[in-house]
Unconditional design. Structure first.
Lengths: 100, 221, 229
């Protein structure tokens, strides 16, 4: 039972992550300027103007936030699960001792 | 429990600092040549610092575990190694985003810190893989990887450095203008608070897991 | 009466070499594997009939690292099949001697691989060794010692683990990155059209330093790790 639940959980997460990655990558790819045609003087196009910095800064910050909070959440959940199991098992153990 | 309060407090402080970070960073002046993109600095550098610190936490804890075999040091080593991987991902994602704009390429093999971070990250990924798949005895094995990984940092850094470099100098933190220093230390504090909280949480997870295993073993008897 | 430290080292190394000399399984397979690696890489690094610059140095070291990993895996597999490592650990000898004995056995195999692959690379990539031979030999010895030193430790430790075949390279390659960078860069400096001896010496000294630190560490760790097994 738990096994099936875990599998579902994993599939859902893989799908969600894939969608996020696809969204971010299309956004990043859309940022890339079309290749210039013909000769364009260096003074008109510098690398800085072609590539806007704001989205890059935004993605970096968003990634930091999502990664750290995601990890915190995962650890928190795992601790909750393990400690729940622990208290259940200890209760059973104590009941068994009293029964004897 | 005292530790619970400490962890909760650290997490709350870290979240407040992280939430405030965009405003503090926004208020900082633009860097003269790199402009807006330089603002990645405020979370790229703290996460790299935390990552290297975590590698040393894991290495020292591993050395203690090899010498004394205290379970606490083993748990600390696991937590340290896993956090190297987590903060390493952040470094390795934000670094290329900065490099794309500042240097025009996603990745630059000539850059010491980027390559050193990658190698260090790989070593600690190997550590977590060992922990997961090596079966019985993996604790000692992983401890050896932790010690060797820590000892490897100066060698990797030196060899990549001689190989070639075009990164901003390490002294950049000390020469930072005061308006830039404040947001930097703000973000560093945020990362450190969160790091300590995550480390303590991860250690606690390992401790609960081993208690659970002990109780199960007792139940079977 | 237990034999002295260096005598034990000699006995263990000789044991490995005698076993190997009887079957020659490890030697033949490892050398042939290294040759195959060189050929495969040649196909990707020879463009328009001429090799890319510095390709020879890279291919030499990659072949050495790959075949070294293979040999490490095999030599400890052999110990595992007949539980001989356990028996060795039960013997009243110093663990450090055990480690050094295995390391020497490994180095002999690797030097035989170099003896075949080195000339092959020289011939295939039209390399000139005039005046750089001893420097190159120094790089190969120091680099091989560093690689085998770390490799023997983890090979021995992984001996009884699950999925050890894949975990050995997973652990070994990231840890020996400095050896690879130093070895490839130093060799490239020697094999270029105008050999840069000073540069090669910088890399050589780094390799020697690496060997000193990691062999010392390995001796300590080997003692601690194999203590209770």
């Amino acid at each position: 039972m738990t096994n099936v639940r875990w599998k579902m959980f994993n599939v859902r997460w893989v799908a969600a992550v894939a969608v996020c990655v696809a969204a971010v990558s299309t956004a990043v790819l859309a940022q890339q300027p079309p290749a210039p045609e013909g000769f364009i003087p260096m003074s008109e196009v510098t690398n800085r103007e072609v590539l806007p910095a704001a989205p890059l800064v935004f993605y970096a910050y968003a990634f930091v936030w999502v990664a750290l909070m995601g990890y915190l959440w995962v650890i928190w959940r795992r601790i909750g699960q393990v400690e729940q199991d622990l208290s259940a098992v200890t209760r059973r153990l104590n009941q068994g001792r009293e029964g004897r | 429990m005292g530790q619970n309060r400490l962890i909760a407090g650290l997490v709350v402080v870290a979240i407040v600092l992280f939430a405030g970070a965009p405003f503090v960073i926004d208020a900082a002046p633009y860097e003269s040549t790199m402009g807006l993109i330089q603002k990645i600095f405020y979370f790229h550098v703290p996460s790299a610092m935390v990552m290297f610190a975590s590698a040393f936490v894991c290495g020292i804890a591993s050395a203690i575990y090899l010498a004394r075999r205290t379970p606490g040091s083993d748990r600390m080593a696991i937590a340290g190694a896993e956090l190297v991987v987590v903060f390493g991902i952040i470094v390795l994602v934000t670094g290329p985003l900065w490099a794309r704009k500042a240097w025009g390429v996603w990745w630059d093999w000539g850059d010491v810190r980027l390559v050193t971070s990658l190698v260090l990250w790989l070593i600690f990924v190997a550590y977590t893989l060992l922990r997961r798949f090596a079966g019985p005895g993996s604790d000692v094995l992983a401890a050896a990887v932790g010690v060797f990984g820590m000892a490897n940092v100066p060698f990797v850094y030196w060899s990549v450095n001689v190989w070639r470099t075009l990164h901003p100098k390490t002294t950049v933190v000390r020469t930072l203008s005061p308006e830039m220093r404040f947001p930097f230390y703000w973000c560093l504090a945020a990362f450190l608070c969160l790091y300590v909280a995550l480390l303590l949480l991860r250690v606690r997870l390992e401790r609960s897991k081993s208690t659970l295993e002990a109780v199960y073993a007792e139940l079977e008897d | 009466m237990t034999p002295g430290f260096w005598k034990t080292v000699g006995i263990i190394a000789r044991k490995d070499l005698v076993v190997e000399a009887r079957s020659r399984e490890l030697l033949y397979t490892t050398v042939f594997f290294a040759v195959a690696v060189v050929l495969i890489f040649s196909f990707s690094f020879v463009v328009d009939g001429a090799p890319l610059t510095d390709a020879a140095a890279g291919i030499l070291w990659v072949a050495l690292a790959f075949s070294g990993t293979l040999a490490l895996g095999r030599t400890f597999e052999r110990e595992r099949q007949s539980e001989t490592l356990k028996a060795l650990l039960l013997a009243p000898v110093e663990r450090a001697a055990l480690y050094l004995g295995k390391l020497i056995g490994m180095l002999v195999i690797m030097s035989l691989v170099v003896a075949v692959v080195g000339p092959l690379v020289v011939v295939l990539f039209r390399v000139s060794l005039d005046g750089v031979f001893w420097h190159l030999l120094g790089l190969l010895v120091a680099g091989g010692l560093g690689f085998a030193g770390v490799g023997t430790l983890f090979g021995a430790m992984l001996n009884r683990s699950q999925s050890r075949d894949v975990l050995l390279p997973v652990v070994l390659y990231p840890l020996t990155v400095p050896v690879m960078i130093a070895g490839v860069s130093g060799t490239a400096a020697l094999l270029s059209a105008e050999p840069n001896m000073a540069r090669a010496e910088v890399w050589l000294s780094m390799l020697v330093f690496f060997d000193a630190v990691f062999l010392t560490l390995a001796l300590w760790v080997f003692d601690a790790v194999m203590a209770e097994s």
